[in-house]
Design a protein around this ligand. Structure first.
Ligand code: HEC
Length: 116
């Protein structure tokens, strides 16, 4: 009986740990990019497809919340919607762009529209 209780404790602890890890992953932030550079880069690398009338439609930081940007980026969703279109953007530049989107997202402290 005692060992049974112990294993119950262990599995409760395991569940708790899994739960905490899940929460911290779900709330991960986009960090480490340079949002100022990202703003310039977004104009160069994203805008030609993402203004009104262009193939991707209008996209600005305000298009998503911070959590939505984080998920969009971490789940590589662009590649599913428009395969290959990010292939020529180098990963550091992409991080800067995503930092700009994230820092100025719809629910961020400083929402911004990228001058559109
Ligand atoms: C070569 C054209 C092209 C380039 C460059 C491009 N995109 Fe896209 N993007 C698309 C297309 C096409 C879609 C799909 C639009 C749709 O599904 O209606 C898309 C979709 C998106 C979406 C999803 C919108 C939604 O429905 O949630 C986001 C966000 C986005 N792009 C951001 C970016 C960012 C940020 C960059 C620059 C790093 C970028 N795109 C560069 C063509 C492009």
């Amino acid at each position: 009986m005692k060992s049974c209780l112990n294993s119950l404790k262990v599995s409760a602890l395991t569940l708790l740990i899994i739960g905490l890890v899940t929460i911290s992953v779900a709330h991960a932030a986009i960090e480490g990019g340079d949002a100022k550079k990202g703003k310039k880069l977004a104009k160069e690398k994203c805008k030609y497809c993402h203004v009104a009338g262009a193939e991707g439609g209008t996209i600005t930081p305000l298009s998503k919340t911070q959590r939505q940007w984080e998920r969009f980026y971490s789940k590589d969703k662009h590649n599913k919607k428009a395969p290959g279109t990010w292939d020529k953007i180098n990963p550091n530049e992409l991080t800067d762009i995503m930092q700009f989107m994230y820092d100025h997202a719809a629910d961020s402290p400083q929402p911004e529209t990228c001058g559109q």
